[in-house]
Design a protein around this ligand. Structure first.
Ligand code: MN
Length: 500
């Protein structure tokens, strides 16, 4: 995050004269410096000279577009900046934007206020002129209102900068699919050309044989090194340890992991998919390997689910440095006790240990699907607390990001016979309304689950990506949610409000 910058841009005009403009510069520098130092803002905030002409605005926008370290701009008008001078620049902006509606002084200085003060501190109306042009040009941005020293304002800026960092990470990103989609499954399909155009990442398929060739070239020394790492990192029973009678299963898992690592590193991939229907030449369904690669920041989707793989990668970038991990996840089974209705989330094997509540246990069990050697996997529970489940789906004419805010609960009873990692949560507002809304929206059974990323960050991300966003949270009711779905159909059919 500290390699990434957001540019702090203040709009004004020549009308005020050099003395006022110098003051605007000093005040803006102070605000930029405070935001840069704010713990809630993970990226650098870089002051840019105050903009007073149309040429300067255009020059700034073009420079932002071309600066690789610049992931977005924050704009603010301390004074009044006539917005027609912003049109030519803003229509060329290709980076995320945040309009900070703040004021240098917190309070009105009742006893000393005069017209000089009024002349300098005009954000209350200057930012309205500024807001109009963004709306008139139908440009997405996040509007944050409040005093710049306040923590909650800095947190909103921080949430947006996390979304902007994830967006930046997607541009030019590559995702590998080992095999194709699980046969006949609909929701994991989608338009990869539209995704590349809209999101900036590419998704390409690779024959499993290409991966197997790399796995087969892994040396025993490399396997030894990984096995040692497993034994020092996880709870491992003696039969799975070196010289144990089931050690071969762990060695095979390590060989698969090393091969996948090499393949992904050589291809500069940020995420991948697998499918249990296409494992030709693989001795095990990759479980442990996928779990450990996710923990290192790779996106992952099972059954060929490239949209969830890319989304998980984005969620991992958004949550960088925050407490709480993120994982590929699937709504697996329900607990419908009226005293507390819950969802058990898991997958066959592939849950990321970044969400583990303790040292994971490395285990080997038979798997009734895929018809392969018993695969190794890490088993653990997930700590209680708020989390988000995010699903990116292809609606044919657009992408939709659907999010449910949930609360992971502490397990009341152990599940000693369940040989996979899992999380148990209570969806907001309640199981019935959350699931009904999710199903009306066409949300997938696969999600990117995170205990670090909030609904606000994901909304900011959808705004930057310019896609539909739907949140199922504490305030959701099914009738209102259905209305939102219908309204959105019209909105997206009308070219986002440009022509009706
Ligand atoms: Mn699945």
């Amino acid at each position: 995050m500290k390699k990434l910058d957001v540019w702090f841009v203040t709009g004004s005009q020549h009308l005020y004269g050099p003395e006022t403009l110098n003051q605007v510069t000093r005040d803006s520098q102070e605000i930029a410096k405070a935001l840069d130092a704010a713990p809630a803002v993970p990226v650098n905030v870089v002051f840019k000279p105050v903009l007073v002409t149309p040429e300067a605005v255009t020059e700034l926008v073009l420079a932002a577009n071309h600066a690789p370290e610049c992931i977005g701009i924050i704009s603010w008008c301390h004074t009044f900046s006539p917005s027609k001078m912003w049109i030519n620049g803003l229509k060329q902006l290709h980076k995320p934007a945040l309009h900070l509606h703040t004021q240098y002084n917190r309070d009105i200085p009742w006893s000393t206020i005069d017209m000089d003060f009024m002349n300098l501190n005009q954000a209350a109306h200057g930012d309205r002129e500024h807001g109009f042009i963004w709306s008139r040009l139908r440009l997405n941005r996040k509007v944050v209102v409040g005093y710049w020293r306040e923590k909650q304002i800095q947190q909103k800026i921080g949430a947006w900068s996390r979304a902007a960092a994830a967006w930046n990470d997607w541009q030019g990103a590559k995702f590998a699919r080992f095999g194709d989609n699980m046969r006949e499954v609909a929701v994991t399909e989608g338009d990869k050309v539209a995704a590349q155009f809209k999101f900036g990442y590419s998704v390409n398929g690779y024959g499993v044989g290409d991966l197997v060739a790399v796995i087969n070239s892994v040396t025993d020394k490399e396997v030894d090194r990984l096995v040692e790492e497993y034994e020092s990192t996880y709870e491992v029973t003696s039969d799975l340890r070196k010289n144990g009678n089931r050690h071969k299963f762990v060695r095979e898992a390590a060989r698969i992991e090393q091969g996948m690592r090499t393949f992904l590193k050589n291809g500069d991939f940020k995420g991948f998919t697998t499918t249990f229907e296409d494992l030709h030449g693989l001795e095990q369904l990759p479980g442990l390997a996928v779990q450990r690669l996710m923990a290192d920041g790779y996106g992952f989707g099972a059954e060929g689910d490239w949209k969830t793989s890319a989304l998980l990668r984005a969620v991992k970038i958004m949550g960088t440095g925050l407490s709480g991990g993120a994982s590929f996840m699937e709504d697996y089974t329900y607990h419908l006790d009226p005293a507390g209705k819950l969802v058990l989330g898991a997958h066959m094997l592939e849950v990321c240990p970044s969400i583990a509540d303790r040292k994971p246990a490395l285990e080997v069990h038979a798997l009734g699907i895929g018809g392969k050697m018993d695969p190794a996997r890490l088993v653990f529970n997930t700590p209680p607390g708020p989390a988000t489940n995010a699903s990116l789906i292809d609606m044919g004419n657009r992408f939709r990001l659907l999010v449910n805010e949930v609360d992971v609960v502490r397990l009341e009873q152990p599940m000693p016979k369940l040989p996979v990692a899992q999380a148990v949560w209570k969806p907001r507002p309640n199981l019935e309304d959350a699931c009904a809304s999710w199903i009306y929206a066409g949300g997938a059974h696969h999600v990117a689950f995170s205990q670090a990323v909030t609904g606000e960050m994901l909304e900011d991300f959808a705004e930057i990506a310019d896609i539909e966003f739907l949140l199922i949270g504490e305030k959701t009711t099914v009738p209102e949610f259905k209305k939102e779905l219908r309204t959105n159909e019209v909105y997206y059919a009308s070219n986002r409000g440009w022509t009706i």
